[in-house]
Design a binder for this molecule. Sequence first.
Ligand code: FE2
Ligand code: FE2
Length: 303
Amino acid sequence: MTVTDGEKRDRVASRLLKSSAEKFFDPEVDMDWDAPLEDGKAWLPEHRQSLYGTKLWDKLTPEQRIELGKQELASILSYAIYAECWVGMMFLRSVTEGDLIGKRSQYALTETGEEARHSTMFAQLLCKMGVEPYRQPKFLLYMFRFISFVPLGPFAYGSVMLVEEILDRAQREAMNDPTIQPHVRQVMRLHVMEEARHIAFARDEVRRGMESRGRIRRAPHRFFLALQAFGVFPNLVHPSIYRSVGINPLRGFIAARRGPHYKANLQYFCEPMARFFVDVGMYEGFLTKKLWRMSKGLPDDLI
Ligand SMILES: [Fe+2]
Ligand SMILES: [Fe+2]
């Protein structure tokens, strides 16, 4: 008996639903929020900070580097909350516009619940750090309202991957780094555990979505994903963070973009995802390739 594509997708969703029931966390229980922060510990690995290796970095004192890392982490956590809210909105749409009660809908609801817990945990960490969140500009928040019109499919799930896979790669490295604040490492460990499922689901949807479309129908998905990658990467770190160490935001932003490690770090964060996108046909077409190259996230051997 042949198994239909729908049945295969349901099997993936069933497997992930089982995993969600077996392996999950609750930030109220699995985080020791009362434990004090450790003096002198970093918030992010130095070599992954945006100004690392620049002349501006050389002028900073060790304390300023730690402070900048704290603000950079605050910016990434704030961005992650926005992104997870967006993922939740998209998943809820996949339920209402989908079959409502099938395995994929059940999994979409479960993943939405997990993302809500993650964002709660990120908010708790920001409160523990004693920093203000970095808000997105008003016009972008208005753009959020148009998310309801973005067609579901490879572009939508690929956009989810853009944030999830970059964070995953960064967190897997930092969570094992003993120089980082214990609270941050534990948040990363918990997040990575559940995101592995999310990435598996998004990858499966992107692969199947691309396979089921012909050349013409694939084109807008891959173009808009490349456009999104081009826009998202510079946005992860809010330029206002540089003010915390007396650096003009524009100057800091330009220095980071031109820094000797910007491209290498971005390529490191993007590598598994970029290889996957090439493999499923997301990296095709003149404009798409140009945008990916301009985004600097693609490993050199794929260009
Ligand atoms: Fe998450
Ligand atoms: Fe996720």
